[in-house]
Design a protein around this ligand. Sequence first.
Ligand code: NAD
Length: 410
Amino acid sequence: MSSLESAQRYFNLAADQMGLSANMRKLLLTPEREVKVQVAIERDNGEVATFIGYRVQHDNHRGAFKGGLRYHHEVDADEVQALATLMTWKTAVVDIPFGGAKGGIQVNPKELSAGELERLTRKFIDQIHEILGPDKDIPAPDMGTDAQIMAWIYRQYSKYHGDCPGVVTGKPLELHGSVGREEATGRGVSIIAAETMRRLNRDIKGATVALQGFGNVGSFAAKFLYDAGAKVLGISDAFGGVWNKDGLDIPGLLAYANKNRGVQGFPGGDSVTNHELMTSKVDILIPAALGGVLTKEIAELAQAKVIVEAANGPTTPDADEVFERREILVVPDILANAGGVTVSYFEWVQNCQHFQWELDRVRNELHKIMVASFDKVWTTAEQKKIPMRTAAYIVGIGRVGRATQLSGIS
Ligand code: NAD
């Protein structure tokens, strides 16, 4: 099943509960605009290289389109559309004044030099700058893109439209970025994990955790969970995994992974495979790497009590059904990883006001939004006796649907 089919299946489960008509479903699922452009650059050796760039603007009834830009060799129109719809429901779940979009270029960024990457990014903005803007569509980093690429986007867009930092978020601090943006998704994940434990009458202190992925999201989630007193027993990345039954020393592991290629070989633990980690007996399992990793087979073997989806789309619909049958609680991506877009919103607010917030303010506001959003989804799930994912979609789709109706169709 493609990521677009998965996203539509989750949408339809919630739409069934809401009794949405076929016409309304079509209206809410159809993207407002899909753009596909040629991005041709001269490589360092003088040859011409041609890439395909995408931007899908799914919905803007609640505010400007908002969503990341992915540089990856598997980017295609279907995946970008699926991720754009997820952004629409995500911004609605956390109730920030944006719609949903996503973009990308089908490219392996590791195969390009820094100069080629810069030319590629600037050329892409040449092609799509007219549909971007701080009140139109605001990109951000995603897999394969970073603060440097956001800086090039900001400067290239400003060549056409005058200085405009609010056109993109996730920028470097020296170029109107926000403190607390880099840590935001992982911090949000740790807040959601703690709230989940609290609702289950458990304390995050002493709770056991296994985490897949030790990149931006996974490493900050591990750090904040460790700070809160959770025992992170296992962590894996693309090269291997480590396990310590008494809890890993996360500050030590962070320092080790920075110096070495990932977590493999860390002296404070034994090695563990991805499969062992995903099926280990822990309170909380956190997938924070790729989509589609929690398959039906893994779901049948999983021993975690709670799954907190830090990655986008880590659970296949088949696996979701197994988790429901086995009463394993799944906290969905559109809630669990919304901390990143929430602090992107704070960055945009600061850019619009030409005023910088302090870290404490960013963290406090993030905490308020994540807890309020968690409560809304939890209460909806409890009242309707439905899984948290369906509840989150109902909250998101409901807000977008009402904004659409209030806006009027013509
Ligand atoms: P990243 O590139 O910084 O890190 C990815 C991590 O996953 C790395 O540690 C990598 O080694 C690991 N990994 C890759 N393949 C693996 C495999 N086969 N097995 C185990 N580990 C593997 O990416 P990130 O920004 O941390 O994003 C991770 C996930 O979170 C993605 O699904 C992304 O879409 C989602 N997400 C990110 C943000 C954000 O703000 N960065 C926001 C929302 C959602």
